[in-house]
Design a protein around this ligand. Structure first.
Ligand code: FES
Ligand code: FES
Length: 170
């Protein structure tokens, strides 16, 4: 709801499993709320026009570009950012560890969005084949690493998570 001055809205949302109440500008993108009001600077903004995937977060489990997704649209919904991927403090998820092991980043600016998008893929489309995986990730651009290490890392994580269904016996 907007305050009396019409300048700010008071909204609540769940971010990485915790309910947060925050005042936002009605025209404010979610990335701005996450970074500057909630201190979650893992979400990066690069193109700012929903073209590169760097700002990818999940809203109710679906990937969204936080640079254009308005924060008020996330009210009463569950947001997952890169900070929420680790299972515990100081413990990396298999996907995060696979990115490190495969040297799947250089500058790292795309990495948060890559990780969040890949997490969505591995949790929602666990049986995606390699071609579908590459297609799914095609909205996330990397300008310096090259895509082979990134795809390799996701494949390794998929195996580590046991997320690929065993082939049916013939
Ligand atoms: S910064 Fe949001 S898609 Fe590029
Ligand atoms: S690691 Fe630099 S843009 Fe991807």
């Amino acid at each position: 709801m907007a305050d009396e001055a019409g300048a700010l809205m008071h909204v609540a949302m769940t971010v990485n499993g915790s309910t947060v109440a925050v005042e936002i500008d009605p025209s404010e993108p979610l990335a701005q709320t996450l970074r500057y009001r909630l201190g979650l600077t893992g979400t990066k903004v690069s193109c700012d026009v929903q073209a590169c995937g760097a700002c990818t977060v999940l809203v109710d489990g679906l990937p969204r570009s936080a640079c254009t997704f308005l924060a008020y649209e996330a009210r009463d919904r569950a947001v997952l950012t890169v900070e929420g991927l680790a299972p515990a403090e100081g413990v990396l998820s298999p996907l995060q560890q696979a990115f490190i092991d495969a040297n799947a980043f250089q500058c790292g600016f795309c990495t948060s969005g890559m990780l969040v998008a890949a997490h969505a893929l591995l949790t929602s489309e666990a049986d995606a084949d390699d071609e579908a995986l590459i297609e799914y990730m095609s909205g996330n651009l990397c300008r310096c690493t090259g895509y082979l290490p990134i795809v390799s890392a996701i494949l390794v994580a998929r195996e580590a998570l046991g997320s690929r269904r065993p082939a049916s016996g013939g």
